[in-house]
Design a protein around this ligand. Structure first.
Ligand code: ATP
Length: 368
């Protein structure tokens, strides 16, 4: 949960462009709206104010929170917690820690996330999901700057900057009585509103090219070109799932594209017919393999309904089924899936279907 401070890797000379490293990934902002936002975020980062980041899912709230931490004076860790991931019973112990015996199963004392973020930044994602009783406790911690572990009375001073994020309208939650107004004011000292991708269309192509580079490198394959038609489609699409959706679409296109070129048919966008093994013009005459083609087109139809998690699972299923169907022959599997052997090997390693050792090189030479 902790992270090291992030370094600025690349600052493009043009003030209209910025790419800042965030761990292995960069924060890409090109649209004028995004650049104005970036300047605002960097001013906020220098203060020690609590920040509330608002935006639809997948707009980059966590990346921005990390950037705020990286640009701040704080040298402690960045700790990210998703408030929606814990049951009402657990969340208090997670945030504030507990002593041994504080509740059934608490055999040892444990520090909570506030203590873990000492001297750094605590990122509370989905803060709107906090139960009302916890909201009162969080407010007290923010006012008194100390936590009391469950099962203890001893206050522990904490020096933590809070960055909270929400993809629901907290003001509406306040009006509906689901979120406390006093906490809302405490969190919302410095608001950051991340617009959806459809409102900063100047970011779309830089993000596409960035993810093509990023995943080509990770897949250890050559960077494919993007056809004009694919470019138009990516630019015109509304991206309801924002940058997370764009990232998945590009990643998938890299897996299925052929001849070093991403075509419109490689884009997994709702409403677009995907090229399947049957519809794609073959590079070489394929062996008849109806069973696999059926699996493949069926899975692709399912992919239109994906969440990132389902997408990962389906990809794993696809590669596992194809590899088994082709009796673990990499040449045949790559041909049947219509991808290069480099990409196939990357995926097989990713899903643990082959070992990540030099040994398979011998098998490859033998065409297995
Ligand atoms: N400006 C950006 N540049 C590069 N990648 C980005 C950018 N914004 C978001 N991403 C990528 O998009 C994905 C989603 O980002 P992130 O998790 O920060 O979104 P979020 O708004 O916190 O989503 P959620 O509300 O669902 O938690 C991540 O893989 C992240 O790396």
């Amino acid at each position: 949960m902790t992270s090291t401070p992030y370094a600025r890797l690349l600052t493009l000379p043009n003030a209209e462009q910025a790419a800042l490293t965030i761990r292995a990934k960069a924060l890409i902002f090109h649209d004028a709206k995004s650049l104005a936002l970036l300047r605002q975020v960097e001013r906020i980062a220098c203060s020690d104010a609590n920040v509330l980041i608002m935006g639809e899912s997948g707009t980059g709230k966590e990346l921005v929170a990390r950037h705020i931490h990286a640009e701040s004076e704080r040298r402690g860790p960045f700790v990210a917690v998703n408030c929606g991931a814990f049951s009402d019973n657990l969340i208090e112990a997670e945030l504030f820690g507990h002593e041994a015996g504080a509740f059934t199963g608490a055999q040892q004392a444990r520090a909570g996330w506030f203590e873990a973020a000492q001297g750094g930044t605590l990122f509370l994602d989905e803060v709107g999901d906090l139960p009302l009783a916890m909201q009162v406790k969080l407010l007290r911690v923010l006012q008194e700057r100390q936590v009391v572990r469950l099962g203890s009375r001893r206050p522990i001073p904490v020096d933590v900057r809070l960055v909270a994020a929400t993809n629901v309208h907290l003001e509406q939650a306040v009006q509906a009585g689901r979120f406390r107004l006093d906490l809302y004011y405490r969190l919302n000292v410095a608001p950051v509103l991340l617009p959806p991708l459809r409102e900063r269309t100047g970011d779309i192509l830089p993000l596409v090219h960035y993810f093509i580079d990023y995943y080509s490198q990770r897949m250890d394959s050559d960077r494919p070109r993007l056809s004009d038609e694919a470019t138009q489609m990516l630019r015109a699409y509304a991206w309801p799932g924002n940058i997370r959706e764009l990232e998945n679409v590009v990643h998938f296109a890299l897996i299925v594209c052929q001849h070093g070129r991403i075509e419109a048919g490689d884009l997994r966008l709702p409403g677009l017919p995907l090229q399947t093994a049957e519809s794609r013009p073959p590079a070489t005459t394929p062996e008849p393999c109806d069973g696999l083609a059926a699996i493949r087109s069926g899975l692709y139809r399912l992919l239109d309904l994906d969440t990132p998690h389902v997408y990962e699972r389906i990809e794993e299923l696809l590669f596992t089924a194809a590899f088994a169907y082709c009796q673990e022959n990499q040449v045949r599997t790559a041909r049947q899936l219509g991808i290069s052997r480099n990409i196939l090997r990357t995926q097989l390693k990713r899903f643990g279907l082959i070992r990540d050792t030099g040994l398979e090189a011998a098998g490859e030479a033998a065409g297995t």
